[in-house]
Every structure is written in C-alpha cells, then in structure tokens.
Design a protein around this ligand. Structure first.
Ligand code: FMN
Ligand code: SF4
Length: 423
C-alpha cells in the first residue's frame, strides 16, 4: 500500500494539464486489469473505502452501484460533469486537467455495474473542456485500452437543474432536460431504457484511485464519515481563489488562511447555493467534514466555499440568489413555481424596506412548507439557503426591512448568477 498524502486527484498538475495518456500513466500508473476483477468485489472495494458522492448529496457510491446491479440487462454509466452550481469549478477543472482519471473511474464503475457504455455529460458552452475530454477519449481509443467501455461525450444545455439526475437522463434521451416526477428512477430504467448509474465526475476520479491503491489507502485521509480527500472551489473575498484538494476534516479557518482573505470576514457559504451560511464567529469551530458541519445544519455539498467580506451586503446577495432560484424552477410543480416566486418576492421586499409586517412570518411558514413538495430537491435546497440567510443575517435583514437598502447594496455581486445558465 502506497502512503497517503495530498494531492491525490490533482497529483502531478504543476504547470500544465495531464491530457496525454502516457503522462497520466507516468503519474498514476496503470489501472489494475478489470477483466479479472469480480463485479461484486469491485463494489465491495468502493464500499470499504467509504466513498460518498461529490455531486452534492453525499450518497454512498457503492449503494448506488448495487442498486444498478440489482436490475436486469446491460446498464450504462453517466459521468455527471454538468456542474450547474454557479460557484463551482471543480468538475470542469478535473475534466480539463485530468480527463484520464475521470475516464478510468468511469471504466471501473462500468465494470462494477456491468455497463459497456459510459457517457460523460458536460455543459455545451464549455468548448475547452469538451475538446480536452474528446482528445483524451481518442487517445485511449488509439492506445486500444482493453478494459474501456465505449465512451461518448454529451454536451448539454447548461442550467442549474441540468445535472439533477432525472433531468440529465431525460436530456441524454433527447427530452426536455427537466426532473421527472414519476418512476422509473434512473437506476431502474434510465438512458436508452437501461439501468443507469449517474455519478459525479469527481466521485469517479476517486474510484479510479481506489481501484489502484485500495480502500485502506483511501481511508488514510479524512474522517470516519467522510474518508479521503475532496476538491473545494474557494471564491469571494479571498486573495487566491481557485480549486484546491483538501483532506476531509480540514479546519475551515485553515483553508481560508491558506488562500488569504482580502476583506474582514462576515460569513462563509459552505456547500453551494443549496448550502449554509456560517457566521464569522462560527468559522473557527468548523471542520470540513459532515461530523462537524452537521452541527450547523451544513454539508460540504459540491465543495463550494464562498467567503463574504464585510464590504458586501449579505441581504443583497441573498436576494439575488432567491431570485435566481425562482428563475431556475423547471416550472413543473406548483409549490416550487409559486412558492419560490413568493419567497423571492418577499425577500426582495424585505431588502427594499417595502415588506409588510407579516413578511418574516410568511417566509418562515413558506420555507417550512416547501421541502419535499417538488419532483426534485430544488425547492428543498432553495429554502435551506433562504432560511440560513435569514438566520445568519438576521440583524441585517431587520435593518433593511426598517430602513431600506444600505450603502453596501450596490457593491459588486459576490455570488455569481450567470445569465447564460438561466433557463
Ligand atoms: C437541482 C439539482 C442539481 C444538481 N446538479 C448536479 C450537477 O450539476 N452535477 C452533479 O454531479 N450532480 C448534480 N446533482 C446531483 C445529481 O442528481 C446526482 O445525485 C449526482 O450526479 C450523483 O452523483 P454522486 O452520487 O457521485 O454525487 C444535482 C441535484 C439537484 C437536486
Ligand atoms: S421541484 Fe421545481 S425544479 Fe424540481 S421538477 Fe418541480 S418545478 Fe422543476
């Protein structure tokens, strides 16, 4: 067993991407032959490693693989690189910088669930990433890697819901790319009518390393609940924003120290837009692992960490994101469409100082009624963010409700809401 240290996924990435197959093999070595590996043994290996998904929900990867193998007939693997989360850059980074690691992981997953085909899905505006990935696929075909499934690269319309797995399966089948209400679920009958394993591209890159180095190696880093390392995208009021690989369980304050703050810290958004605000006074007590984050109702989600400086207005930021959520609703479920619109409008009125006296209690009621009322978790994630904003910035919301916009409301936005990702 090789010894564990960081980086793992980003190993060997000094000044240029590891796009050539021979460079990739120099850095990571070859994958052990998959033909000799029993499928159930491969899944047991992932289970022993304790690998959880890195697409947001942190679901155990092996459990999902087992669900797919419980179905009859050939299955299919989808590597989810849609990265709908506006503040995340990790998936595009992996696909561009270490495409072979993701493809290796997809090959292992395909072997584990009995799939002969794997589709890598990514947003269609990202030419650079698509070209890097297509070149890597061609490189492997030329090299004639025997264990590879047939790889396809699918470029999909980018929007916040694009990567939700039933929306993704629908788009890959030429459908509308919206979450579906009704069974079958993707693992039962997904792309091309086959049982479909949808796994985030970072999850697959970890699979590639676990197949090489084993479960014990993987567990040498991290915590019991969140073994291993994770990519985080750090942005906001920091001197060196970017994608970093950290050990699960790292202190949040240590991560912020390492990137350097360029303003006095007001709060940190952890997990992404479905995530949770931690106030500056909470930050020193928080480690980036579920054991610690759960005490604050937070998760690491898709690995997004946004530092909000004192020069930004948290109410203006929260209002923009509430409006973004309402605009991103796929327009299928009444509670989501009407509820998120009403929430966004009321938050906007609080920010403008024009809300009526029932606004806060209306928000409390709506945000407690909305979870689990949609076909997907969009409303659940949206109200988690709103409730967290109202808690973390209670005093600021009260001031805005009384006096209207503050002088910081016109500061440049910190949380991106890219127009091109709107539906
Ligand atoms: C609204 C919404 C958007 C999502 N967007 C993405 C995404 O862009 N990329 C991703 O990997 N997972 C996304 N997910 C999670 C997927 O549905 C799915 O759980 C994930 O791809 C499974 O991979 P994992 O288990 O490896 O994390 C999203 C979920 C929701 C509810
Ligand atoms: S809950 Fe909202 S986003 Fe999800 S499918 Fe229904 S309308 Fe669309």
């Amino acid at each position: 067993m090789t010894t564990a240290s960081l980086p793992r996924l980003l190993l060997g990435l000094d000044d240029h991407p590891i796009s050539q197959l021979d460079e990739h093999l120099d850095v990571h070595g070859p994958l052990p032959s998959l033909r000799k590996r029993d499928r159930q043994q491969l899944i047991a290996l992932i289970e022993d490693a304790g690998l959880r998904g890195h697409g947001g929900a942190s679901f155990p990867a092996a459990r999902k693989m087992r669900a797919v193998t419980s179905r009859r007939g050939p299955s299919i693997v989808v590597a989810n690189g849609c990265e709908g989360e506006p503040a995340s850059m990790k998936d595009g980074t992996l696909l561009r910088e270490v495409p072979h690691l993701v493809l290796d992981g997809a090959a292992v997953a395909a072997r584990a669930v009995g799939a002969r085909a794997a589709i890598v899905a990514l947003p269609d505006h990202d030419d650079r990433t698509a070209h890097a990935l297509q070149a890597a696929v061609r490189d492997r075909q030329r090299a004639g890697i025997r264990d590879d499934p047939s790889f396809e690269v699918a470029r999909l319309e980018p929007h916040y819901l694009a990567g939700q797995e039933s929306a993704l399966v629908s788009a890959l089948g030429g459908g509308p790319g919206k979450p579906s209400f009704t069974p079958p679920r993707p693992f039962e009958r997904g792309v091309r009518g086959r049982p479909t394993l949808v796994q985030n591209v970072e999850t697959l890159a970890h699979v590639a390393l676990i197949a090489r180095h084993g479960a014990d190696w993987f567990r040498q880093l991290g915590t019991p609940s969140d073994p291993g390392s994770t990519l985080v995208t750090v942005s906001g009021a920091v001197a060196s924003p970017g994608v970093f690989e950290i050990e699960h369980g790292m202190w949040l304050s240590e991560l912020l120290d390492s990137v350097g703050l360029d303003d006095r810290l007001a709060a940190v958004l952890v997990g992404g837009y479905f995530g949770t605000w931690l106030t500056a006074s909470e930050v020193p007590r928080v480690r980036l692992a579920s054991e610690s984050l759960s005490a604050y109702g937070a998760t690491l989600g898709a690995g997004v960490v946004v530092a909000l400086g004192a020069g930004a207005c948290p109410v203006a930021e929260s209002t923009r994101i509430a409006e973004f959520f309402a605009a991103q609703s796929a327009g299928q479920c009444g509670p989501c469409v009407n509820g998120l619109h009403a929430v966004a409008q009321t938050v906007q009125q609080l920010a403008a100082g024009t809300a009526d006296r029932t606004a806060r209690s209306d928000l409390d009621r709506w945000t407690s009624q909305l979870p689990r009322r949609g076909a997907c978790q969009h409303p659940d994630g949206a109200v988690r963010f709103i409730r967290s904003s109202l808690r973390a910035f209670e005093a600021e919301f009260r001031d805005h409700a009384r006096r209207g916009p503050c002088e910081r409301c016109s500061s440049p936005p910190v949380l991106p809401t890219p127009a091109r990702r709107r539906r």
